[in-house]
Design a protein around this ligand. Structure first.
Ligand SMILES: [Zn+2]
Length: 379
């Protein structure tokens, strides 16, 4: 067994910053963080003297990358391409995310995830189904022709993965209670999103099944004085995390900072909501037969409406820090907190003994230099 090490100027373990230290790991598991002078001489060491190491970034919402959309390339190879593209932007693990589509396509996505997990494709830890159980009033770039209220029997008929994480974004006001209860009983993580719910529709009983809220502020009923809407519920529901897009386009920095101030620590999570153009030279892709283009770093359809994000995790982190959010807090929003959101905080999200060796190595501008996934260093 080889003892591996990376030494760096700064190593953030998910709680504490260590200076001029080295991260040690062996056989995919972390041994610990030690001063540079204490690295055993037999260790295979890589040096990053100007860099910062954080727990590996985890992205809960990735629709595509490397020129591939999960909705189009719905197989293990597609997942591999997406994971490879996002690793170049610091992401150690991600959930390939299917935008609302047909029953057949949902089954394909679930089977592709199972195949990718069985093939140990680096970086995949589950799947995110964004819809099709959403509100037509908040459809965003989704095709509302796919939307419906699912019966429990129709859900049982899907080929659910036997391992890995499953996250579902749904609009609770559009889905019958039995279906929500059944999904929750299967251990599926439920997130409220693309929802036009009122506060009374998001009552305490319904909220007890909701683990999170998807891309806070975007595609949800807004906060107003007399009707707090989904935004108000998301901000005020302490047990639930909120994911948020920090590309500076989907959400104004002030609104990000407002959420950061209101949500309990650990409950605000950065996602990219990235599309095929990330990690690719392509400047367009096709979604629901519609061409989406990159224009001024924004992804827009023919009408000029936003359709996902053209950003990686590292730049999302760089923006949030530039807006004045505490640096270590931002690192946690990209690694530690999503690990908690996936209920994987016993194995991921920290650089501590016995944790899976997964880390992101950033230069002084927070751009990715290398990523460690399952003990393997990718430079
Ligand atoms: Zn969305």
């Amino acid at each position: 067994m080889t003892l591996h090490a990376i030494s760096a100027h700064r190593i953030f373990d998910g709680e504490t910053m260590h200076l001029d230290s080295a991260l040690l790991w062996e056989n995919q598991r972390i041994i610990g963080i030690v001063p540079n002078a204490s690295v055993p001489s037999h260790a295979q060491i890589s040096h990053y003297p100007n860099s910062t190491v954080t727990p590996g970034f985890i992205d809960l919402q990735v629709n595509g990358g490397g020129g591939v959309m999960f909705n189009q390339d719905t197989d293990a190879d597609g997942i591999r391409t997406i994971c490879d593209a996002h690793r170049k932007h610091g992401t150690a693990y991600l959930l390939p995310t299917l935008i609302s589509d047909s029953q057949d396509k949902i089954n394909q996505a679930l089977i592709a995830t199972e195949d990718a997990l069985n093939a140990n494709i680096t970086g995949v830890i589950g799947v995110h189904l964004e819809g099709p159980w959403l509100s037509p009033n908040k459809k965003g770039a989704h095709d509302s022709h796919h939307f419906y209220d699912p019966s429990v029997s129709s859900l049982k008929a899907l080929t659910w993965p036997t391992h890995g994480k499953v996250l579902i974004t749904l609009a609770p006001e559009e889905v019958n209670h039995e279906a929500i209860e059944w999904l929750s009983q299967q251990g599926i993580i439920l997130s409220c999103g693309h929802s036009n719910a009122t506060q009374s529709q998001l009552n305490p009983d319904t909220l007890s099944y909701i683990n999170g809220f998807t891309h806070l502020y975007n595609a949800m009923s807004p906060f107003t004085g007399r009707e707090p809407g989904v935004v108000g519920s998301a901000l005020m529901t302490d047990h639930a995390w909120c994911s948020i897009i920090t590309d500076g386009i989907h959400v104004d920095p002030t609104s990000v900072k407002l959420a950061q101030r209101i949500k309990p620590k650990g409950k605000l999570v950065i996602v990219t909501d990235a599309m095929a153009t990330v990690g690719s030279s392509d400047d367009y892709f096709v979604l629901n037969d519609e061409v989406i283009r990159v224009v001024d770093n924004q992804l827009v359809n023919a009408n000029g409406s936003l359709a996902g994000a053209h950003i990686g995790m590292d730049q999302s982190v760089a923006y949030a820090i530039s807006w004045g959010i505490d640096e270590c807090e931002v690192f946690k929003m990209a690694s530690t907190y999503p690990a908690h959101a996936l209920q994987s905080e016993q194995t991921l999200g920290y650089l501590k003994p016995e944790y899976i060796a997964a880390a992101t190595i950033l230069d002084e501008h927070y751009q990715t230099e290398a990523v460690i996934v399952d003990g393997k260093l990718f430079t």
